[in-house]
Design a protein around this ligand. Structure first.
Ligand code: AHR
Length: 335
């Protein structure tokens, strides 16, 4: 009898050991999103003004799903007041992190103070802001617009080198038309400033006209149609995004000119349609602006939600594609 009791006791102990072992194993193999409590990110996107923007929103939504993050995504339809309202609703909801693409650089101090008072960290993405206090947001991840502008100038200095264009001079300069992005937005400001920095000291290049096309294809077309009706003497068009460039190319064709040949075209973004136009010789230089920031936004947000600090500024990797490159090796853009 005693032996039976000892044996039964041993069997019970072994069975309990097996159950505990299996439980511990289950805990270790649980995916991150089940082990941790799901974090909530309130995200304010500016709208859907371009193919680039749509790809950017898609990247953020996909990355949130893969990272097991609950994403409250709001589209501001190109209005700063809608973004401020969205941010206020995220504060009321007590999200873990607020992330947003600021449509313009200024006007955010008050709402950022509200977020700080509620203890919610803020991540800025894609477009930069100017604040009266540096610490009103935790960090920024996105593009380096000034560098994009400098790279545009660098390409032109190569394209119009003295050997190929011996006639250019201060008196007979290369005439540049610039179509800028949304007024007051950091990419428009950065691309404008960087371009001028890159051309500094080169008086044989002259910006003869510069205006905003609001990053819209329709405006790129409209502006260039009107301009070419009156004046066809342009050597270069520097356009702040591909959407506007595609509209500009339509207008150039309608005026009996050849884009990429009669007028050198430099554009920013690198959506598939622009890469195709570069391959066809209708665009001469495409500066990449990388929209695939979703995964970085998720990992930075997780750090913020855990109370960790993040780099103040993080710029994403961007390429430059020109007519001088081997264009067959450019990977499909996916948008
Ligand atoms: O802020 C990034 C810019 O905004 C992109 O270059 C443009 O296409 C977009 O709409």
């Amino acid at each position: 009898m005693k032996k039976i009791l000892i044996l039964t006791g041993l069997l019970i102990l072994i069975a309990m050991g097996i159950i505990i072992f299996q439980f511990l194993q289950m805990e270790q193999t649980k995916p991150d999103n089940i082990m941790e409590e799901k974090i909530i990110i309130g995200f304010s996107q500016i709208g859907a003004e371009s193919a680039w923007r749509n790809r950017n929103s898609e990247s953020i939504k996909n990355a949130a799903t893969s990272a097991g993050v609950q994403l409250l995504f709001k589209d501001a339809e190109q209005k700063q007041e809608n973004q401020i309202q969205a941010l206020r609703s995220f504060i009321a909801y007590q999200v873990d992190v607020i992330a947003f693409v600021p449509i313009v650089e200024t006007g955010w101090d008050n709402i950022l103070r509200e977020a700080r008072a509620a203890g919610i960290p803020v991540l800025i993405t894609d477009r930069k802001i100017k604040t009266s206090e540096e610490k009103l947001y935790a960090g920024f991840i996105g593009t380096d617009s000034e560098e994009e502008g400098r790279n545009a100038a660098k390409f032109l200095l190569k394209k119009f080198s003295k050997a190929d264009y011996p006639d250019k001079s201060k008196k007979n300069p290369i005439r540049i038309v610039e179509i800028r992005g949304t007024e007051g937005s950091s990419p428009a400001e950065g691309r404008t400033a960087g371009f001028r920095q890159g051309l500094e000291g080169h008086q044989d290049f002259k910006i003869i006209y510069s205006t905003s096309g609001d990053f819209l294809r329709s405006k790129g077309y409209e502006i260039m149609s009107k301009y070419l009706d009156k004046n066809k003497k342009i050597d270069v068009i520097y356009s702040h995004n591909d959407g506007m460039t595609l509209g500009i190319i339509d207008a150039i064709h309608e005026h009996g000119l050849l884009p990429g040949k009669d007028i050198v075209i430099v554009t920013i973004d690198a959506e598939q349609a622009a890469i195709d136009a570069l391959k066809k010789g209708e665009i001469n230089c495409v500066l990449e602006c990388n929209p695939n920031t979703g995964p970085d936004i998720m990992s930075l947000s997780k750090k913020l939600a855990n109370g960790e600090s993040i780099p103040r500024f993080q710029h994403v990797h961007e390429e430059v594609f020109t007519e001088y490159d081997d264009l067959s090796s450019i990977a499909p853009r996916g948008y």
